[in-house]
Design a protein. Structure first.
Length: 461
């Protein structure tokens, strides 16, 4: 199928062609006809599948037709009339600033020949420029829930003309605690509207929201539920927690890594690791919620341009990172929530490109690893890096609640019993380290399943 077969206007096809795209991704091919028809949509799609264009393109089409019905659709040079009303007709809710900026950029790129006006509103930047743009009028408003509620409380935005509501990355908005904000916003919208819900996973709470707001939706699913991108090679290196920084440095230096997205659990940890990499000659930047919007934007720009080799991020801050052919994601620490692992590695292996997801796992993270493998329904290839063999055989003890003078006996250095080692012919990182493969995490719980220089064809995102 080609984009020319989807019934899109010449203005949109022109913009798509200028980006070098000809063939829609599966989510685009399936979703665009439903959105053009005005149906509600419930879409399960991983990041990197082109889901943003799957709703941006048809919504631009609907807006341009209602904006200028007298325009000649056969003549792409026909200028579209300016919109006379100021209230937005499309509202896109997203969980993070980065994703808001990404969606708004997609609207700008594909709507460049349509005259459609858009704005992204989010925290961390001044509110006055947003108010001024809202007063001039926008057609598509992309917003994070918190900043949109601020505008609603100040009566600087009018949602009474919204015809389409898009909830993008609905699962992440639940994870970040935005559900009450979303409900407050929905109460301010017209009851008669089109609703589009996109999510990488359909947890029970997401399904509950979908059932509450969607009216006879079309169902689109382009990836196995909770499945990572198919072209991502996943592997684990077993290592002591205290050795992780040295192992990461070794991998950068030994393999000449560049443009690596590294995940940490905490903001402090991201800052510390970024500082360590910088001190070792590997240019890096940290990306997390405590950084100013200018700092976050600069870090992303430097990462995309190759000015820095490593971007050390927390889960929330990394949402919306959109980089074509990102080669590698490293989990410096595993997430506590298994689904976050899916979101992390979805930054690579996007839109037909291959990618690698490497996790540095200590014995203290054995439970998180098992939970991730249960979600994946398979065990990940595991190896040990020669020269960095783990010495810790038991989990670290829980923090003591006894008095400072009490000295409990340490169990970290006592020998423990090992489960039978599990071998793999594949080293971590697709064999990059050539290390021996084994695992020493004790008995395993039974499972129900088995065990990013050719440039790929481009597709819109």
């Amino acid at each position: 199928m080609q984009f020319t077969e989807l019934g899109l206007s010449p203005e949109l096809l022109r913009a798509i062609g200028e980006q070098g795209y000809t063939t829609p991704t599966p989510i685009q091919a399936q979703a665009i006809p439903h959105v053009l028809a005005g149906r509600d949509l419930e879409a399960l799609a991983q990041t990197g599948t082109g889901k943003t264009a799957a709703f941006v393109l048809p919504l631009l089409q609907r807006l341009t037709h209602s904006t200028n019905p007298a325009a000649n659709p056969a003549d792409p040079s026909t200028p579209l009339q300016r919109v006379t009303h100021t209230a937005p007709r499309v509202l896109v809710l997203v969980p993070t600033r980065e994703l808001a900026a990404q969606v708004q950029e997609s609207v700008r790129v594909y709507g460049k020949h349509t005259g459609i006006r858009s704005l992204a509103v989010y925290g961390g930047v001044g509110v006055n420029p947003q108010i001024q743009t809202l007063r001039r009028g926008v057609d598509i408003l992309v917003a994070t829930p918190g900043r949109l509620l601020d505008h609603l409380s100040q009566r600087t935005v009018d949602l009474s003309k919204v015809q389409t509501l898009v909830l993008d990355e609905a699962d992440r908005m639940f994870d970040m605690g935005f559900i009450n904000d979303i409900r407050k916003i929905i109460q301010r919208l017209p009851k008669q509207r089109q609703n589009l819900l996109f999510s990488a996973t359909f947890a029970p709470e997401v399904r509950e929201l979908a059932h509450a707001i969607l009216n006879n939706p079309a169902l689109v699913e382009v990836a196995r539920r909770n499945a990572p991108a198919e072209l991502v090679a996943q592997s684990v290196i077993r290592v002591d927690q205290a050795q992780k920084k040295d192992v990461l440095l070794h991998l950068f230096q030994a393999h000449g890594w560049h443009q690596v997205l590294v995940f940490c659990r905490t903001k402090h940890g991201a800052d510390a690791l970024s500082k360590k990499l910088d001190q070792s000659g590997i240019r890096s930047a940290a990306l997390h919620g405590n950084k100013s919007q200018n700092a976050r934007t600069r870090a992303l720009a430097d990462f995309k341009s190759g000015k820095i080799a490593a971007l050390v991020a927390t889960d929330i801050a990394a949402r919306g990172i959109d980089i074509d052919s990102l080669p590698r994601v490293v989990n410096f620490e595993l997430p506590h929530v298994p689904e976050d692992y899916i979101h992390r590695i979805g930054r690579t292996g996007r839109a037909g490109s291959s990618g690698e997801a490497l996790s540095l796992v200590s014995i203290d993270e054995r439970i998180q690893l098992r939970d991730i493998e249960r979600l994946l329904k398979r065990e990940l290839d595991t190896s040990i890096l020669p020269g960095f063999e783990p010495q810790q055989t038991r989990p670290s003890p829980a923090p003591s609640t006894r008095s400072p003078g009490h000295k409990p006996a340490s169990s970290n250095n006592r020998p423990g019993r090992s489960a039978t080692n599990r071998s793999s012919n594949r080293g971590a990182g697709g064999g990059a380290n050539g290390g021996a493969s084994e695992r020493n995490y004790g008995p395993r719980t039974p499972r129900s399943g088995g065990g990013r220089d050719a440039k790929p064809a481009q597709r819109p995102r």
